[in-house]
Ligand binder design. Structure first.
Ligand SMILES: [Mg+2]
Length: 305
C-alpha cells in the first residue's frame, strides 16, 4: 500500500536554524523509497524556492520547490478558484505576493475586492488602509490562523492570525482563515501530493507538532495524523484536546526505519492518555479558529459606528 506524507516543517524538520534529530534520515528514507511527500506549512512569508534553499543549507539534499505547499499558495489557489479575476490589497511578504502574482490576482490599492493578510509586520499606515478597504466592502482573508509563531525556544512573534484579529476588531467583520487546519488546505495538498506522486496515494498521513492545526486539520479531513513531540506540543497537554493523533512519536527519525522496511513499528503507539494532564504549555489562544470554537462572535457595538 502506497502511503503519502504531508509534513509540517517548524518543530518537525527544524527548529530555528537547527535540524531536529532524525530529520535527515527520515527525508532520505522518503527519497530512497520514492514515497510521495509534501511539506505543508502555514508560514506564508517564504516561497517554495526559499524553503528548498533553507533545507539545502541545513544539509538536506534532493528536495525541490515542488515538494512544498504553503498557506500563501493555498490562499492564491482559493482566490483563483473562487474569484479568478479579483484584486487584492495585501499585507504580507514575498511568498504571498509571488503566489498571488502567479495566479494572476492583481495588487490593488484603490478598490480591492479582498484584503489578504499574511505573515509579516505591517505598518500602522497599511493597517489603516486595509481597515478602510474593509469598511468600503473588501472581504477579509487571512493565509492562516496562527496568532503567534515560534522564533526560538524562548521567543515568539505575532502571526497572521493576530493581524487579522486586529482588523476584525477595528472593522467588526470576520476574517476567513485559510492554511491549516482549514479543510481546503488539506484538500489542495492531497491533490498536489497526487501530482507529485503521479497517482493518488492509497493513504495519506499528516505529520505535525501542533494539535490545533496539523492534527485537527488532518482529523477533519479524514487523514491519519502523527504527532511529533519535537516542537510545540508537550505529551502532558495532548489529553486536553477532543481530537487525537493516530500516533505519537518523539521525532520523525523514528519513522525512517519503518519507511525503509515497509513494516510498521510497534514503538510508535505511545500511551498518550496515560501521561496526559491538565497542564497546557503556553497561556493564550494560539489560533483564531479556537476562538471561534469556544466563543460566539461578538457583534460590533452600534455606538462605535
Ligand atoms: Mg509546526
Amino acid at each position: 500500500m502506497k502511503t503519502g506524507y504531508l509534513i509540517d516543517m517548524d518543530g518537525v524538520i527544524y527548529r530555528e536554524n537547527h535540524l531536529i534529530p532524525g530529520a535527515t534520515d527520515f527525508i532520505q528514507a522518503l527519497l530512497a523509497t520514492g514515497a510521495p511527500f509534501l511539506f505543508l506549512t502555514n508560514n506564508s512569508a517564504p516561497t517554495p524556492e526559499d524553503l528548498a534553499v533553507r533545507l539545502k543549507h541545513l544539509g538536506i539534499q534532493g528536495v525541490s520547490a515542488k515538494h512544498f505547499y504553503t498557506s500563501a499558495l493555498n490562499t492564491a489557489d482559493f482566490l483563483s478558484e473562487t474569484d479568478p479575476h479579483c484584486t487584492a490589497f495585501v499585507l504580507g511578504e514575498g511568498g504571498l505576493l509571488a503566489a498571488l502574482h502567479e495566479r494572476k490576482i492583481a495588487n490593488d490599492a484603490i478598490h480591492p475586492a479582498y484584503v489578504v493578510v499574511g505573515e509579516g509586520a505591517p505598518t500602522m499606515e497599511k493597517l489603516a488602509k486595509a481597515h478602510e478597504f474593509i469598511e468600503r466592502g473588501a472581504r477579509l482573508l487571512a493565509t492562516n490562523p496562527d496568532n503567534w509563531c515560534p522564533v526560538s525556544s524562548e521567543k515568539t512573534r505575532p502571526g497572521a492570525g493576530a493581524t487579522a484579529a486586529f482588523l476584525e476588531a477595528s472593522s467588526g467583520r470576520r476574517a476567513y482563515y485559510l492554511g491549516k487546519p482549514n479543510g481546503y488546505m488539506f484538500h489542495q495538498a492531497r491533490r498536489k501530493l497526487a501530482m507529485v506522486a503521479l497517482t493518488a496515494p492509497e493513504q495519506v498521513v499528516m505529520i505535525g507538532d501542533t494539535m490545533e492545526t496539523d492534527i485537527r486539520g488532518a482529523f477533519e479531513s479524514g487523514l491519519q495524523s502523527y504527532l511529533v513531540l519535537s516542537g510545540s506540543t508537550q505529551i502532558e497537554s495532548v489529553g486536553d484536546y477532543v481530537y487525537q493523533p493516530t500516533r505519537i512519536l518523539q521525532n520523525v527519525g523514528e519513522l525512517a526505519q519503518e519507511i525503509k522496511t515497509g513494516k510498521p513499528s510497534d514503538r510508535m503507539d505511545s500511551p498518550a492518555f496515560a501521561h496526559a494532564g491538565p497542564h497546557a504549555g503556553r497561556s493564550g489562544v494560539r489560533h483564531q479558529t479556537d476562538i471561534f470554537a469556544f466563543h460566539k462572535p461578538r457583534p460590533r457595538p452600534a455606538m462605535t459606528k
